[in-house]
Design a protein around this ligand. Structure first.
Ligand code: SF4
Length: 250
């Protein structure tokens, strides 16, 4: 007889998902290329509504010409615009990059500030960008980065009902340990690209079939109607699948 499945709380599910994400994507890192906090800030501003792959094609030349906040603050705006054109919304992004760098020079001694409150004063910087910069440039977990992948997966996994990224972030901060706030986002982004993509989630390759209220059961192998979903694909199977998946760019 099949033992009854233990009903997990939302927090327990979140922690179980986090543990599995760590095993599936042990080496997940920020996929933007940068060498300094200023460069990470600029790359993150450029990544809005754009793929990291595209940003990484644009930034080497941009950073060769304008390597730091002082150079970007004093640049000819049209020069920046031309170099970031292919990332979309290029005029606004260029203005924000220059505005942020000017404020960094005048208010913060040429250094990217290291608090959420100060970062939010920079043009073009909302919580998502600030979280990325604080976590990856300074190792500070001030919040949970909520991008389009994190929003979609957090919804599908039933961890929030909210639509507003700030409220989604607040929900996730209650569910996850602070040291894992940023690595949760990075790993969930990997999973969103590789398995739970926007148009066609590959539930038959997913590690979370037993934890996800959105699982498409029609995609799962039929093993026995008397078995719980978790048995349709073992964790070992899932790890094997994840190891063989190539991670496409955002
Ligand atoms: S079970 Fe399906 S919907 Fe749920 S996280 Fe996995 S791929 Fe996405």
């Amino acid at each position: 007889m099949t033992p009854p499945r233990k009903r997990l709380t939302k927090k327990q599910r979140a922690l179980e998902i986090l543990a599995r994400l760590k095993q599936m994507y042990p080496d997940a890192v920020c996929s933007l290329d940068y060498e300094t906090p200023v460069q990470l800030l600029v790359a993150t501003i450029l990544s809005a509504q754009c793929t990291d792959e595209r940003v990484n094609k644009v930034t080497p030349e941009l950073f060769r010409r304008f390597p730091d906040a002082a150079a970007l603050a004093n640049a000819d705006l049209e020069d920046i615009i031309e170099r970031v054109r292919s990332t979309g919304f290029y005029r606004n992004k260029a203005k924000n990059i220059q505005g942020a760098c000017r404020l960094i020079m005048t208010e913060f001694g040429g250094q990217v500030p290291q608090t959420m409150e100060e970062l939010l004063k920079l043009p073009g910087v909302a919580r998502k960008t600030a979280n990325v910069v604080l976590a990856h440039a300074f190792g500070i977990n001030a919040g949970v980065t909520v991008d389009t992948h994190v929003k979609r997966l957090t919804h599908r996994l039933g961890l929030t009902q909210e639509e507003d990224p700030v409220k989604i972030e607040r929900d996730l901060m209650k569910l996850l340990p602070q040291p894992d706030w940023e690595n949760w986002s990075i790993r969930l982004i990997y999973h969103g690209r590789a398995v739970c993509n926007a148009r066609r989630p590959l539930c038959d390759r997913c590690l979370f079939t037993d934890l996800c209220p959105s699982v498409d059961r029609s995609l799962l192998p039929v093993v026995s109607t008397s078995l719980p979903i978790a048995s349709a694909m073992t964790l070992e199977d899932n790890f094997r699948v994840s190891e063989t998946l190539s991670l496409p760019p955002k």
